[in-house]
Design a protein around this ligand. Structure first.
Ligand code: SF4
Length: 239
């Protein structure tokens, strides 16, 4: 670690932005072993969010704690997933990723797409190896589901990733009471309009999970039986 980066991270150590670390996953970074870093705090309040404690709670671990943990896992993991919450809101994220990369680890971020300026800089500095971008809803539904109007930021993020060489995926959490099939088809049309060529993952809402707001159970069969038309691959997860 360079002297200036040590100094920045020591300063950052005064704050504890990380809620927790999942030490090992085979599911969250495609074809890689990884750990997941859960950053506290988010600028959205999605009705179905599974992580109310992370979104509303305070962090417990510093960047230095994370680096120490990663040093003990260097030969055991391929990469690190920066998730949350919304990881792009974190101060000193650039220095943190630089330190992670010095350990030879790949970096994936999970983002709600609300922060295209930070993402553009991360891409420019070649700090990212993979991005998972949430597509919450079409414009008319976006604020209803997320409680904020960041649709234009989402579109800017989508365009940025499509124009970049970074491998990425777009994914939507599907809840039958919150998104109609016609709205999902509308979202597919939006991705087509922007020339998305990757896989679009539609993730089944997990009933009986504690969520940020009270939501009724979802009816997954509504989508199991649906015919969604797209000029790219649509994959259902957890149905
Ligand atoms: S689901 Fe929504 S509120 Fe929860 S972490 Fe993701 S963007 Fe934030």
């Amino acid at each position: 670690m360079s002297t200036s980066n040590v100094s920045n991270l020591v300063k950052a150590n005064a704050v504890k932005p990380i809620y927790s670390i999942t030490p090992f996953t085979l599911l969250d970074y495609p074809d890689k072993t990884a750990c997941i870093v859960w950053f506290a705090g988010c600028n959205m309040r999605c009705l179905y969010c599974y992580n109310p404690d992370i979104v509303l709670g305070k962090g417990k671990l510093s960047f230095q704690d994370l680096i120490l943990f990663l040093k003990s896992r260097v030969n055991l993991l391929d990469g690190v997933v920066l998730s949350g919450g919304e990881c792009t809101l974190q101060k000193n994220l650039f220095q943190l990723i630089q330190e992670i990369k010095k350990l030879g680890l790949l970096v994936k971020i999970d983002t709600n797409g609300s922060n295209p300026k930070t993402l553009a800089l991360l891409i420019k500095e070649k700090l990212l190896d993979y991005v998972a971008l949430d597509f919450k809803a079409p414009h008319e539904k976006f604020k209803y589901i997320t409680k904020v109007d960041y649709y234009s930021q989402f579109i800017a993020t989508l365009k940025l990733l499509i124009a970049s060489a970074i491998p990425f995926e777009v994914r939507t959490t599907y809840h039958s009471s919150l998104l109609a099939l016609t709205e999902l088809q509308q979202m597919i049309a939006i991705l087509e309009k922007h020339d998305y060529r990757g896989v679009y993952y539609i993730q089944n809402f997990r009933n009986d999970t504690r969520t940020l707001s009270a939501v009724a159970n979802s009816e997954p069969n509504t989508i199991n039986n649906a015919v969604l038309k797209a000029n790219f691959k649509v994959a259902l997860r957890n149905f």
